[in-house]
Write a protein of this length. Structure first.
Lengths: 518, 85
């Protein structure tokens, strides 16, 4: 057997455990985990799930932060024939339950380090509402059984939830075949070899961190050094790149801007880098220029494009080539990877690839809207220039790109609209041109005007609800008079117009903002 | 000094700052010396948002380099007070 023959992620890990047994699969916070240890952990957790009588292609939620145990859970579920559903570990109970019910999951895997009190709360029957809460540690002492089901390339490996809004959740269905296809496409398109040394703090529960930074290195037996997905301090990231002589790192533009704000020239030697991929949010030409200048690098920061619906990677600019910036300041995200066909229809990007997902789990309406014949409709706007290079210029769908995570405006609006005294709400992403990038602005029309006390109380209530559900804080919360939010004849929110009216000061000038007074 | 609405803002109190911090971070109870990150659960973007809100409310500018020395509502209060003098 060789890497050419691999058709599923489970085959990939089994093969690695055989041929690379004592080699390090990854390090987390400096602690190594070998392919043998990884495989043993996967089998133990899989045996444990079988004892819980996991059905074939049954969904199991994982709400775990970056850790070695995440991988035992993620692949253990697949090994037992199930579908892994990794979600943001800070998801509040409401979101966990919304996703669990959308994919009919009865088990959720959480980290053992969650405070004892929280476990007690979550494990309590009222709160868990029928969900069984387990940890990877529960599988300790489990005998590794050998009668695991055979996994097929067309079996679903995992669901990537891009929206968890009630009644319209979007869990992207990715098969083993999809993943192996995109792994191979990225290896060729990004010229990745087994000599690559990856360093990543990206969330392993999300596509770029999970597929590019762990599956690709596992496939090639390349080194990958993982860190906690906490970006309060960028230094551990840079320290690890320097110490490991890393050749490949990836992050959204925001993270590189943070580096520029906190780190001086020559504090770190990043000269080992071949690629510093900038993706998952709009790439700024200034970030590329300043980052390379600060660390004395040349043509190392590449711009990439991808989306969960095409597994993850679609295109990347060539390392070693200077970035292409058009007259409007958009940075090209390069040519599509091999066997990926990209075209534009009315300015919108459509993608055809064997890595295209099978649709959204249990959501036929959204699935039918996703496909146009053999192509997926990306919702992103852009164009391809005469040299075949792709440029992304905006978004058609109303998604807010908050710190590299795509959040549907609708999901935020549902939270705000559920509050009795709110008549109608709209969420928009606003980039003030400063370090933090696009941030969430919530606009809410009041049923009855209210008073500063009421608005203050509502701000706290809404900020709390958004944080509990999505683990994020809105940048601003504004209360408006009825009918202040512009809508079309058939009632659709005109997000773009609202943003324009707010930024130009028109909302304020027309006396439509009740609170706050700035 | 003028803020977003063009009205003059000439004074600031620690209570106003604590209220602003509470609204931004979704915290009902905020003390002068609570640390944004450790005690109030803020991420770096939350601090940037808090500062942006303070700038708009009080019509001042806070440099990005100054963000690194803002740890508590009290720090923010003292910085804004200094700017207003």
């Amino acid at each position: 057997m060789s890497s050419e023959d691999i058709t599923t992620l489970i085959e990939m890990l089994a093969w690695r455990a055989e041929v690379s047994d004592s080699h390090v699969a990854f390090t987390f916070n400096g602690t190594p985990c070998t392919y043998e240890e990884l495989w043993r952990g996967v089998n133990r957790f899989s045996a444990y799930l079988q004892r819980l009588t996991l059905h074939r292609q049954e969904c199991v939620l994982i709400a775990m932060p970056n850790s070695a145990e995440f991988f035992f859970a993620f692949y253990g579920i697949q090994r037992a024939g199930g579908i892994a559903v990794p979600i943001f570990p800070n998801s509040g109970r409401e979101r966990i339950h919304a996703i669990a019910s959308a994919c009919q999951s009865r088990i959720v895997v959480v980290p053992a380090i969650v405070l004892a009190e929280e476990i007690r709360q979550v494990k309590g029957t009222d709160v868990s509402r029928g969900l069984k809460v387990v940890t990877v540690e529960d599988s300790q002492g489990e005998v590794e059984k050998s009668d695991f089901p055979t996994i097929q390339p067309e079996d679903v490996a995992f669901l990537q939830y891009t929206s968890g809004s009630t009644g319209n959740s979007k869990g992207v269905i990715l098969t083993h075949a999809n993943l192996l296809t995109n792994i191979r496409q990225m290896i060729v398109g990004m010229e990745i070899s087994e000599r690559e040394i990856f360093v990543s703090w990206l969330p392993v529960y999300h596509d770029m961190g999970l597929i590019l930074k762990t599956m690709v290195p596992f496939f090639l037996e390349a080194q990958t050094h993982l860190l906690p997905a906490v970006l309060r301090d960028v230094r551990p990231w840079l320290e690890t790149i320097q110490a490991r002589r890393a050749t490949f790192t990836a992050a959204p533009d925001f993270a590189y801007r943070m580096v520029l704000n906190h780190v001086q020239a020559n504090e770190y030697d990043l000269s080992s880098l071949r690629v510093a991929l900038n993706a998952a949010e709009p790439v700024r030409a200034t970030t590329i220029r300043e980052f390379e200048k600060r660390f004395n690098l040349k043509n190392v920061m590449t711009a990439g494009y991808g989306l969960a619906e095409a597994t993850v990677g679609v295109s990347m600019s060539q390392p070693g080539e200077s970035p292409r910036v058009d007259e409007r300041g958009f940075v090209s995200v390069g040519r599509p990877f091999p066997e990926v066909d990209v075209k534009t229809v009315d300015g919108e990007i459509l993608i055809k690839s064997a890595a295209n997902c099978k649709g959204y789990f249990n959501n036929p309406n959204e699935t039918s809207e996703l496909f146009q014949k053999d192509y997926i409709v990306s919702g992103d706007l852009g164009y391809i220039d005469a040299t075949g290079n792709l440029f992304i210029t905006g978004r058609k769908k109303n998604m807010i790109k908050h710190l590299g995570q795509a959040i549907a405006a609708q999901e935020l609006e549902e939270i705000v609209d559920s509050i009795q005294s709110i008549r109608f709400s709209a969420a928009v992403g606003i980039d003030r041109g400063r370090i933090e990038g696009e941030q969430i602005y919530l606009f809410a029309e009041m049923r009855n005007e209210g008073s500063p006390e009421i608005w203050g109380e509502l701000t706290l209530q809404i900020a709390g609800a958004v944080h509990t559900r999505l683990g994020i804080h809105p940048a601003r919360m504004l209360f408006l008079k009825p009918h202040a939010i512009p809508r079309t004849y058939n009632g659709k929110i005109q997000h773009f117009l609202l943003k324009e009216e707010f930024l130009s000061g028109k909302l304020k000038a027309n006396g439509l903002i009740l609170f706050p007074d700035y | 000094m003028s803020n977003f609405t063009g009205e003059a803002v000439t004074s600031v109190s620690i209570d106003e700052i604590k209220k602003l911090v509470g609204m931004q971070l979704g915290q009902r109870y905020v003390n002068d010396k609570d640390r944004f990150v450790e005690d109030l659960g803020a991420e770096s973007a939350d601090i940037a948002n808090l500062v942006a809100a303070a700038e708009e409310k009080f019509g001042i500018t806070i440099k990005e380099a100054e963000l690194a020395s803002l740890f508590t509502p009290d720090d923010l209060f003292l910085l804004i007070k200094k700017r207003m003098q």
